[in-house]
Design a protein around this ligand. Structure first.
Ligand code: GDP
Ligand code: MN
Length: 380
């Protein structure tokens, strides 16, 4: 789950990281009132769950409350990378002397979190990694020890931060680690962390990604989820306990089991097709769940064919077949559907589906080829 900038910065602030004063507004009038209250130059920042808002024109400086109102009304009407801006953060403007990147993420290869920093802040870190990788300083964090003082100092030295800032920088780096650890984050990032004109460190931007699998123990973070920003299909899927990720292809995939779903997507690609989604309907898929899943797949107008790849293990094929029949009766899809059904009670399952006008296949390769052909409007 992605958090907005204002949410991430509020969390950072709870861990002692200095952030600008500011509040969130949903209307230009609110933005004006906040600017009035702050009584300084402000920065109006679109709150959308994508990076690069600055470049897209979603971040603007205002010298007084009237200008804040005007700019807020412009930004609130914008779409940034396809996402409508519904809220803006009105922050006291920072007088920026220099910009630093500071972030923590998981290094899967090292089996440890890694802190990264760079003097080339403000720019996306992927860009820095491509162009000037030597400018990124990294240190792995032992989760049992946390981020040690000497590690923070090493980073400060590595990015050429003047020694007068090391103590504050250490506090910020350790605060970021604590925020990351306690929130079960997979990313905590300050970009930029700035040195201001009056020589203070300040976290001007903030970004956090929270591990969805940990949300059951973070009711406070779960409550921050912004449903407006999520593809509606993904919200629906979550409500029904389905793992669903929308993709750009035209073959809908209905599969039980995450590994099988991955394999299905791979083999579609192998035969020249493109999956429209990742979907794991899970074990014990009831008729209701199958119907919800089928509806999700079919709301995507790109979908030209659906591939069912069901492996009956603990979940019996006849049960899934009944689910599919119920779902078909309800949803009445107009696109061709290919099914491969194997495993426990596959024979019973196939009999149940015999009248359902589905294209059947015995092997995964055959099913994938038939789905690719069907999506192209070709043979059955
Ligand atoms: P992003 O583009 O989505 O990463 O949004 P950021 O919050 O990082 O803002 C982008 C850039 O706008 C920063 O790197 C700064 O250069 C600039 N910026 C953001 N806030 C301020 C501010 O308060 N004062 C000034 N002068 N520039 C700012
Ligand atoms: Mn940024």
């Amino acid at each position: 789950m992605k958090l907005h900038e204002y949410q991430s910065k509020r969390i950072f602030s709870q861990y002692g990281i200095p952030i600008p004063k500011g509040e969130v507004a949903a209307t230009p009038q609110e933005a004006e009132a906040i600017a009035e209250k702050l009584g300084s130059r402000v920065v109006i920042k679109s709150q959308v769950l994508v990076g690069g808002r600055g470049k897209a024109g979603g971040i603007k400086l205002a010298k007084d409350p009237q200008e804040a109102e005007k700019l807020a009304s412009q930004i609130l009407g914008m779409q940034i990378k396809g996402l409508p801006v519904r809220k803006v953060l009105v922050d006291e403007a920072a007088d920026i002397h220099s910009e630093i990147y500071l972030g923590i993420t998981n290094d899967r290869a090292a089996h440890k979190p890694v802190m990264m920093a760079s003097s080339a802040g403000g720019v996306e870190i992927e860009e820095v990694a491509r162009q000037t990788p030597e400018k990124i300083i990294k240190t792995h964090i032992d989760p049992f020890l946390g981020l040690r003082d000497y590690q923070a100092r090493d980073i400060a030295l590595g990015i050429g931060l003047p020694a007068e800032h090391w103590q504050t920088f250490t506090k910020i780096a350790q605060g970021l680690w604590k925020a990351y650890e306690n929130s079960d984050a997979t990313l905590a990032e300050i970009n930029p962390l700035v040195v201001t004109g009056d020589n203070q460190l300040l976290a001007v931007d903030g970004k956090m990604l929270i591990d969805d699998n940990s949300l059951f123990r973070h009711a406070d973070l779960e409550a921050m989820r912004d449903l407006d920003e999520e593809a509606e299909s993904e919200t629906k899927a979550r409500e029904h306990g389905l793992s669903f990720i929308k993709l750009d292809g035209n073959i809908g995939c209905m599969v039980n089991g995450a590994g099988l779903a991955m394999a299905t997507m791979d083999i579609l690609k192998l035969f020249g097709g493109a999956p429209a989604n990742f979907l794991d309907i899970g074990g014990g898929a009831s008729a209701e769940k199958v119907a919800v899943a089928l509806r999700l797949i079919l709301t995507d107008t790109n979908v030209k064919a659906v591939l069912f790849n069901i492996f009956g293990g603990i979940t019996r094929c006849d049960e899934v077949a009944r689910g599919i029949l119920t779902a078909l009766a309800e949803v009445k899809p107009k696109v061709p559907m290919v099914i491969r059904l194997v495993g426990t009670n596959a024979e019973e399952g196939r009999k149940l589906l015999a009248d359902a006008k589905m294209i059947t296949a015995d092997t995964l390769a055959e099913a994938a080829q038939k789905a690719v052909a069907a999506a192209k409007g070709g043979q059955k």
